[in-house]
Design a protein around this ligand. Structure first.
Ligand code: PGA
Length: 252
């Protein structure tokens, strides 16, 4: 049985001051956290304050990116040991906005993923096609390429430590959610691919989130799909009541 996991990706939102307010509100909204893993991923500069605010709560803290080297002359980067030191448990890797605006490739995703695993952070690895790719029937090719490239060289032990997120780019921040059926057919495709790359037992144990315009209104129908194990939530994670409603809707 895969435990549902809901992660909030705050993206480039919330100053440290605003982040503390949101974390405090989330604590009040999310009193019962049983049956679902909950993660919030604020910007780097908020991580200390949010970790402190959530120290006595089950909501885990994640980062939105990590560099692959531990330390050195890499101006502007943040390493896995730095995140660990702050109590960070998860890290989003390869989000489509990173791939689109910051030239992230499968190769760099793979390097970040290895650094995260080496230091005991749980990576949330994002894959997904854009609109042009979907419209030209390339969805499965793109998702296969993202999975194979990003997960390249991982051991069976390592793959069980990650979370995958299928995020069709055309559904991110657009209000256009994939239908539960559209999402499910890609989720099962990913799971079968994991079966081929690793084995069926492992494929059955890896959690795959859906992301792209998830709201309290569509979470239940998405979670009703056999291979959807949670959600990576952008816009709706910035308000405590909507994020809490999504968490509640995710309990299978
Ligand atoms: P959205 O973003 O929920 O605002 O569509 C999801 C994401 O980018 O992870």
């Amino acid at each position: 049985m895969r435990k549902p996991i809901i992660a909030g990706n705050w993206k480039l939102n919330k100053t440290p001051h605003e982040a503390i307010l949101l974390a405090d509100e989330l604590k009040r909204e999310l009193v019962d956290t049983t049956g679902v893993d909950i993660v919030v991923c604020p910007p780097f500069v908020d991580l200390t304050d949010v970790s402190d605010a959530l120290v006595d709560h089950d909501i885990a803290v994640g980062a939105q990116n990590v560099f692959w080297e531990d330390a050195g002359a890499f101006t502007g980067e943040i390493s896995a040991p730095m995140l660990k030191d702050l109590g960070v448990k998860y890290v989003i890797i390869g989000h489509s906005e990173r791939r689109q605006y910051f030239y992230e490739t499968n190769e760099t995703v793979n390097k970040r993923l290895r650094a995260a695993l080496k230091h005991g952070l749980t990576p949330i690895v994002c894959v997904g096609e854009n609109l042009a790719q979907r419209e030209s029937n390339k969805t499965f090719d793109v998702v296969k390429d993202h999975c194979e490239g990003s997960l390249s060289g991982l051991t069976k032990d390592e793959i069980q430590k990650i979370v995958l997120a299928y995020e069709p780019v055309w559904a991110i921040g657009t209000g256009k959610t994939a239908t539960p059926q559209q999402a499910q057919e890609v989720h099962i495709f990913i799971r079968q691919l994991l079966g081929k790359l690793f084995d069926d037992e492992i494929a059955g144990s890896v959690r795959i989130q859906y992301g792209g315009s998830v709201t309290p209104d569509n979470i239940v129908s998405l979670m009703a799909q056999a291979d959807i194990d949670g959600a990576l939530v952008g816009g709706a994670s910035l308000k405590a009541p909507s994020f809490a409603a999504i968490v509640k809707g995710a309990k299978k």
